[in-house]
Write a protein that binds this ligand. Sequence first.
Ligand SMILES: C[S@@+](CC[C@H](N)C(=O)[O-])C[C@H]1O[C@@H](n2cnc3c(N)ncnc32)[C@H](O)[C@@H]1O
Length: 187
Amino acid sequence: MRRLRRLPEYIIHPISPWERLYLTKNPWSFERPSEVHRFEETNRLIRERVGPVETIFEIGSAEGDQTEYLSQLANKVRGVEISLTAVRRAQYKFANNPKISFSVGKAPDIRVSERFDLVTALEVVYYVKPKNIPAVFEMMDRLGHKRIVSVYWPHKRVLDDFLFPTRNTSRQIIYWENKPRWLVAWW
Ligand SMILES: C[S@@+](CC[C@H](N)C(=O)[O-])C[C@H]1O[C@@H](n2cnc3c(N)ncnc32)[C@H](O)[C@@H]1O
Protein backbone atom coordinates (compact mmCIF):
# COMPACT_ATOMS: atom_id res chain seq x y z
CA MET A 1 0.00 0.00 0.00
CA ARG A 2 2.82 2.35 0.91
CA ARG A 3 4.39 1.66 -2.48
CA LEU A 4 1.10 2.33 -4.28
CA ARG A 5 0.88 5.78 -2.71
CA ARG A 6 4.06 6.78 -4.54
CA LEU A 7 2.49 6.04 -7.93
CA PRO A 8 1.05 8.98 -9.87
CA GLU A 9 -2.68 9.45 -9.29
CA TYR A 10 -3.55 8.75 -12.94
CA ILE A 11 -2.04 5.24 -12.69
CA ILE A 12 -3.95 4.39 -9.51
CA HIS A 13 -7.17 5.88 -10.91
CA PRO A 14 -6.77 5.76 -14.66
CA ILE A 15 -8.34 8.67 -16.49
CA SER A 16 -8.69 9.38 -20.17
CA PRO A 17 -5.77 10.97 -22.04
CA TRP A 18 -7.88 14.12 -22.50
CA GLU A 19 -8.51 14.47 -18.77
CA ARG A 20 -4.81 13.88 -18.17
CA LEU A 21 -3.95 16.63 -20.66
CA TYR A 22 -6.25 19.04 -18.80
CA LEU A 23 -4.57 18.36 -15.46
CA THR A 24 -2.67 21.44 -16.61
CA LYS A 25 -4.57 24.64 -17.35
CA ASN A 26 -4.29 26.00 -20.89
CA PRO A 27 -2.30 23.00 -22.17
CA TRP A 28 -2.22 24.39 -25.73
CA SER A 29 -0.82 27.81 -24.74
CA PHE A 30 -3.49 29.61 -26.72
CA GLU A 31 -2.01 33.02 -25.86
CA ARG A 32 0.85 32.37 -28.35
CA PRO A 33 0.90 34.92 -31.22
CA SER A 34 0.50 32.13 -33.79
CA GLU A 35 -2.69 30.90 -32.09
CA VAL A 36 -4.08 34.42 -31.74
CA HIS A 37 -3.37 34.88 -35.47
CA ARG A 38 -5.27 31.63 -36.22
CA PHE A 39 -8.26 32.76 -34.13
CA GLU A 40 -8.33 36.14 -35.85
CA GLU A 41 -7.92 34.71 -39.35
CA THR A 42 -10.62 32.08 -38.73
CA ASN A 43 -12.99 34.84 -37.59
CA ARG A 44 -12.12 36.91 -40.64
CA LEU A 45 -12.84 33.97 -42.97
CA ILE A 46 -16.19 33.34 -41.29
CA ARG A 47 -17.13 37.02 -41.46
CA GLU A 48 -15.95 37.63 -45.03
CA ARG A 49 -16.38 34.27 -46.76
CA VAL A 50 -18.86 32.10 -44.87
CA GLY A 51 -21.29 34.95 -44.18
CA PRO A 52 -23.35 36.23 -41.27
CA VAL A 53 -24.27 33.76 -38.54
CA GLU A 54 -26.42 34.14 -35.42
CA THR A 55 -25.80 30.76 -33.80
CA ILE A 56 -22.63 28.65 -33.67
CA PHE A 57 -22.07 25.08 -32.49
CA GLU A 58 -18.39 24.55 -31.67
CA ILE A 59 -17.09 20.97 -31.54
CA GLY A 60 -13.96 20.62 -29.39
CA SER A 61 -14.32 23.90 -27.50
CA ALA A 62 -11.45 23.16 -25.06
CA GLU A 63 -11.36 25.81 -22.30
CA GLY A 64 -13.25 28.33 -24.40
CA ASP A 65 -10.41 30.39 -25.90
CA GLN A 66 -11.63 30.18 -29.47
CA THR A 67 -15.23 30.27 -28.22
CA GLU A 68 -14.60 33.80 -27.01
CA TYR A 69 -13.48 34.81 -30.51
CA LEU A 70 -16.43 33.05 -32.14
CA SER A 71 -18.79 34.88 -29.80
CA GLN A 72 -17.76 38.13 -31.54
CA LEU A 73 -19.59 36.80 -34.62
CA ALA A 74 -22.81 35.41 -33.19
CA ASN A 75 -25.49 35.90 -30.54
CA LYS A 76 -25.16 32.37 -29.28
CA VAL A 77 -22.21 29.95 -29.20
CA ARG A 78 -22.60 26.46 -27.79
CA GLY A 79 -19.36 24.55 -27.18
CA VAL A 80 -19.16 20.78 -26.87
CA GLU A 81 -16.01 19.16 -25.61
CA ILE A 82 -14.84 15.64 -24.72
CA SER A 83 -13.07 16.68 -21.48
CA LEU A 84 -15.22 17.39 -18.44
CA THR A 85 -12.34 19.30 -16.83
CA ALA A 86 -12.07 21.61 -19.85
CA VAL A 87 -15.84 22.11 -19.88
CA ARG A 88 -15.88 23.01 -16.18
CA ARG A 89 -13.07 25.54 -16.64
CA ALA A 90 -14.82 27.08 -19.64
CA GLN A 91 -18.15 27.26 -17.76
CA TYR A 92 -16.43 29.00 -14.86
CA LYS A 93 -14.65 31.48 -17.15
CA PHE A 94 -17.82 32.46 -19.03
CA ALA A 95 -20.35 32.12 -16.20
CA ASN A 96 -21.42 35.74 -16.71
CA ASN A 97 -21.65 35.61 -20.48
CA PRO A 98 -25.19 34.61 -21.50
CA LYS A 99 -24.16 34.17 -25.15
CA ILE A 100 -21.84 31.23 -24.40
CA SER A 101 -22.56 27.75 -23.02
CA PHE A 102 -20.65 24.48 -22.81
CA SER A 103 -21.43 20.80 -22.35
CA VAL A 104 -19.61 17.48 -22.53
CA GLY A 105 -19.88 15.44 -25.70
CA LYS A 106 -17.78 13.28 -27.97
CA ALA A 107 -17.91 13.65 -31.74
CA PRO A 108 -19.39 11.96 -33.68
CA ASP A 109 -21.83 10.82 -30.95
CA ILE A 110 -23.26 14.21 -30.10
CA ARG A 111 -27.04 14.49 -29.93
CA VAL A 112 -28.67 17.91 -30.12
CA SER A 113 -32.15 18.69 -31.31
CA GLU A 114 -31.56 22.20 -32.72
CA ARG A 115 -29.82 23.25 -35.92
CA PHE A 116 -27.20 26.01 -35.93
CA ASP A 117 -26.23 28.59 -38.55
CA LEU A 118 -22.63 27.38 -38.33
CA VAL A 119 -20.96 24.24 -36.96
CA THR A 120 -17.21 24.41 -36.36
CA ALA A 121 -14.64 21.65 -35.88
CA LEU A 122 -11.42 23.64 -35.52
CA GLU A 123 -8.28 21.64 -34.77
CA VAL A 124 -10.27 18.59 -33.70
CA VAL A 125 -10.84 16.21 -36.59
CA TYR A 126 -7.34 14.75 -36.61
CA TYR A 127 -7.87 13.50 -33.06
CA VAL A 128 -10.83 11.38 -34.16
CA LYS A 129 -10.19 7.78 -35.22
CA PRO A 130 -10.08 7.66 -39.06
CA LYS A 131 -13.00 5.22 -39.20
CA ASN A 132 -15.18 7.78 -37.35
CA ILE A 133 -14.19 10.88 -39.35
CA PRO A 134 -16.89 10.48 -42.06
CA ALA A 135 -19.49 10.35 -39.26
CA VAL A 136 -18.15 13.64 -37.84
CA PHE A 137 -18.67 15.38 -41.19
CA GLU A 138 -22.15 13.81 -41.51
CA MET A 139 -22.99 15.09 -38.04
CA MET A 140 -21.80 18.58 -39.07
CA ASP A 141 -24.04 18.37 -42.16
CA ARG A 142 -27.05 17.54 -39.97
CA LEU A 143 -26.40 20.12 -37.26
CA GLY A 144 -25.41 23.13 -39.31
CA HIS A 145 -26.59 25.16 -42.28
CA LYS A 146 -22.92 26.02 -42.82
CA ARG A 147 -19.83 24.20 -41.54
CA ILE A 148 -16.15 25.01 -41.14
CA VAL A 149 -13.13 22.89 -40.23
CA SER A 150 -9.47 23.72 -39.74
CA VAL A 151 -6.49 21.39 -39.49
CA TYR A 152 -2.87 21.93 -38.65
CA TRP A 153 -1.05 21.81 -41.99
CA PRO A 154 0.85 18.53 -41.33
CA HIS A 155 -2.57 16.87 -40.79
CA LYS A 156 -4.17 18.19 -44.00
CA ARG A 157 -4.40 14.61 -45.28
CA VAL A 158 -7.55 14.06 -43.17
CA LEU A 159 -9.32 16.65 -45.33
CA ASP A 160 -7.77 15.32 -48.55
CA ASP A 161 -8.95 11.81 -47.67
CA PHE A 162 -12.32 12.34 -45.99
CA LEU A 163 -13.75 15.77 -46.82
CA PHE A 164 -12.65 16.96 -50.24
CA PRO A 165 -13.70 13.83 -52.20
CA THR A 166 -17.25 13.97 -50.83
CA ARG A 167 -18.11 17.68 -50.43
CA ASN A 168 -17.89 20.81 -52.48
CA THR A 169 -15.80 23.00 -50.18
CA SER A 170 -14.14 26.39 -50.30
CA ARG A 171 -10.65 26.45 -48.83
CA GLN A 172 -7.98 28.76 -47.58
CA ILE A 173 -4.54 28.36 -46.10
CA ILE A 174 -3.62 30.36 -43.01
CA TYR A 175 0.07 31.27 -43.15
CA TRP A 176 2.42 31.84 -40.25
CA GLU A 177 6.00 32.98 -40.72
CA ASN A 178 5.47 32.81 -44.50
CA LYS A 179 4.67 29.11 -44.44
CA PRO A 180 1.34 27.26 -44.62
CA ARG A 181 0.38 26.49 -41.00
CA TRP A 182 -3.34 25.60 -41.14
CA LEU A 183 -5.83 24.60 -43.78
CA VAL A 184 -9.40 25.85 -43.40
CA ALA A 185 -12.34 24.46 -45.38
CA TRP A 186 -16.02 25.41 -45.33
CA TRP A 187 -19.11 24.17 -47.11
C1 LIG B 1 -6.43 21.43 -30.13
S1 LIG B 1 -7.90 21.64 -29.16
C2 LIG B 1 -8.77 22.77 -30.19
C3 LIG B 1 -9.54 23.81 -29.45
C4 LIG B 1 -10.20 24.89 -30.32
N1 LIG B 1 -11.22 24.31 -31.16
C5 LIG B 1 -9.18 25.57 -31.17
O1 LIG B 1 -9.17 25.38 -32.40
O2 LIG B 1 -8.34 26.29 -30.63
C6 LIG B 1 -8.78 20.12 -29.45
C7 LIG B 1 -9.93 19.92 -28.46
O3 LIG B 1 -10.81 18.91 -28.96
C8 LIG B 1 -11.20 18.08 -27.90
N2 LIG B 1 -11.61 16.80 -28.51
C9 LIG B 1 -10.81 15.80 -28.97
N3 LIG B 1 -11.53 14.81 -29.51
C10 LIG B 1 -12.84 15.19 -29.40
C11 LIG B 1 -14.07 14.58 -29.76
N4 LIG B 1 -14.10 13.38 -30.37
N5 LIG B 1 -15.22 15.23 -29.49
C12 LIG B 1 -15.20 16.44 -28.86
N6 LIG B 1 -14.06 17.07 -28.48
C13 LIG B 1 -12.89 16.45 -28.76
C14 LIG B 1 -9.98 18.01 -27.00
O4 LIG B 1 -10.29 17.67 -25.68
C15 LIG B 1 -9.45 19.44 -27.10
O5 LIG B 1 -9.98 20.24 -26.09
